[in-house]
Design a binder for this molecule. Structure first.
Ligand SMILES: *[C@@H]1O[C@H](CO)[C@@H](O)[C@H](O)[C@H]1NC(C)=O
Ligand SMILES: *[C@@H]1O[C@H](CO)[C@@H](O)[C@H](O)[C@H]1NC(C)=O
Ligand SMILES: *[C@@H]1O[C@H](CO)[C@@H](O)[C@H](O)[C@H]1NC(C)=O
Ligand SMILES: *[C@@H]1O[C@H](CO)[C@@H](O)[C@H](O)[C@H]1NC(C)=O
Length: 448
């Protein structure tokens, strides 16, 4: 089209022979135009969305910081998007014993400890993390001092619990079961590594089975992680749990295979993953005893090629903060779903209720995503469901440091700090809301 038009213009100009200068000027213009046109065509994904209109009172006395402005813009956007989400019934059905939906997965952390059970606090006494960017402001340092001061913007209903407490594990399983969530994706490092859940796994598996739930692992980037030592560690894990009724498995080519989410999978070059995940890799696990389903993490747009080249079975997006990364940006999910379909990959978008981590990253206010009484979560779920995906992951059940948890939280106030809470909707609100969305999602799954 463009070329033909260009040709016509050029011949016209030449015919008119209004001089050399005209042609040169025109060619330069055409070159600039076509370059611009080509760029737009290749990268529609990077197009900026129109900013929502919000009114900001910017009298001199009332100066809004950049991060505050950012948060306000995002808030206005969520409100605007929430209007498009069909109104949901606000009376939750608490009676129906909903069957677990094994297509809904939730990230679970078993790294909390307290004095009563473990002899010392773990994670509730999280330290303030240093800023990775230079910034002239002064931020708190040191660690939090439980019980009143914890490394979270929210305060758990169960208090500073221990992840190894059987009562706590049972309460969690019951809550997950009632929300109809089928798969718990346990944050995992091998035995003897920091935050390894190995000693909790026997209990987690036992109770998961009791509540008809399944367990998958979320492999953390433990020290020196590489595909070879990872396979060795997984071999040990599978010797112990490979035949357990509560181990989550997915069918591929008529075989039921265990599922592993690999956090920050892009840290390892695709060529290395390829050696174990491709059928013709030197150390290929495909078709053998150790065959597994690996779900890689997609952060940036280029990671699509990393996922493909590595021969992962699928990918997830993890981060609950919309627009924090390419993968965690809701409006990119449609195109990621398309990419997944074209390449026969499983796309598992991660939905979350909000994000707030300033009790551990005090400099990170710009990434706060307010929950807006569930509106933020609504938009995430609706977007994921509209992409016709078969699996959805939830970030998170209990990542309290980043404020992405749906676990019950209570209002709490100390002399120096007021925790965020779920009021006026109540401590169990996000469990109930998850159940509601889970039911909507289940209906769409019947199509398959
Ligand atoms: C803007 O802020 C000033 C000072 O805080 C206040 O007096 C004024 O009423 C505000 N205007 C609007 C439109 O909110
Ligand atoms: C949450 O509470 C607010 C304020 O009372 C109410 O408007 C909203 O409908 C509640 N949300 C749900 C889903 O019940
Ligand atoms: C939410 O669910 C809990 C049980 O998980 C129930 O006790 C509570 O009444 C529910 N809240 C609403 C508003 O339905
Ligand atoms: C939390 O407390 C335990 C026990 O006192 C200690 O080993 C750990 O280093 C503390 N964590 C932080 C981040 O201070």
């Amino acid at each position: 089209m463009i070329l033909r038009k260009l040709y016509r213009h050029v011949t016209l100009i030449v015919r008119c022979s209004r001089g050399y200068l005209f042609i040169v000027t025109f060619l330069i213009f055409a070159l600039v135009y076509s370059t611009f046109f080509r760029q737009n065509k290749n990268e529609p994904l990077l197009k900026k969305e129109k900013s929502p209109t919000i009114s900001i009172n910017s009298t001199a006395k009332n100066v809004i910081s950049k991060s505050e402005l950012h948060v306000q813009l995002l808030r206005a956007k969520v409100e605007r998007l929430a209007l498009k989400v069909k109104s949901r019934s606000i009376i939750f059905n608490t009676k129906s014993l909903f069957k677990p939906n094994y297509n809904v997965h939730i990230f679970y952390y078993a790294w909390y400890g307290n004095i009563e059970i473990d002899g010392y606090y773990k994670h509730w006494n999280h330290s303030y993390l240093p800023n990775w960017k230079q910034d002239e402001r002064v931020y708190p340092v040191g660690s939090h001092t439980p019980i009143l001061d914890i490394g979270s913007n929210f305060y758990p209903s169960l208090g500073c619990y221990s992840s190894r407490d059987p009562t706590v594990i049972q309460v969690h399983m019951k809550q997950l079961r009632e929300a109809g969530i089928g798969v718990i994706v346990v944050s995992w490092s091998p035995p003897n590594y920091a935050d390894s859940p190995s000693s909790m796994l026997p209990l987690l598996f036992r109770y998961a089975k009791l509540y008809e739930l399944r367990i998958a692992l979320h492999i953390e980037p433990y020290f020196n992680r590489n595909p070879i030592n990872l396979l060795q560690h997984l071999r040990t894990f599978l010797i112990q749990y490979g035949k357990h009724a509560a181990l989550y498995k997915l069918k591929r080519d008529d075989r039921d295979l265990p599922v592993f989410y690999v956090y920050d999978s892009y840290l390892t070059p695709a060529n290395s993953w390829r050696e174990i995940l491709s059928r013709d890799g030197v150390l290929s696990v495909r078709g053998g005893e150790m065959d597994v389903i690996f779900i890689g993490l997609l952060v940036d747009i280029q990671h699509r090629y990393h996922i493909k080249k590595s021969h992962f079975d699928g990918f997830y997006t993890y981060f609950a903060a919309n627009s924090f990364s390419y993968g965690s940006t809701w409006k990119n999910w449609k195109s990621l779903a398309k990419f997944a379909n074209q390449n026969r990959l499983i796309f598992i978008p991660s939905v979350g209720p909000g994000y707030e981590d300033t009790q551990v990253r005090p400099w990170n206010a710009k990434n706060i995503r307010h929950r807006r009484e569930g509106q933020y979560y609504d938009v995430a779920w609706r977007t994921a469901i509209n992409c016709n995906v078969r699996y959805i992951s939830i970030t998170s059940f209990n990542e309290w440091h980043e404020g992405t948890q749906i676990e019950p939280a209570i209002p709490k106030r100390t002399a120096s700090f007021t925790y965020v809470d779920y009021e006026p909707n109540g401590s169990h609100f996000y469990l109930n809301l998850t159940k509601w969305w889970n039911e909507q999602f289940s209906k769409t799954l019947l199509k398959y």
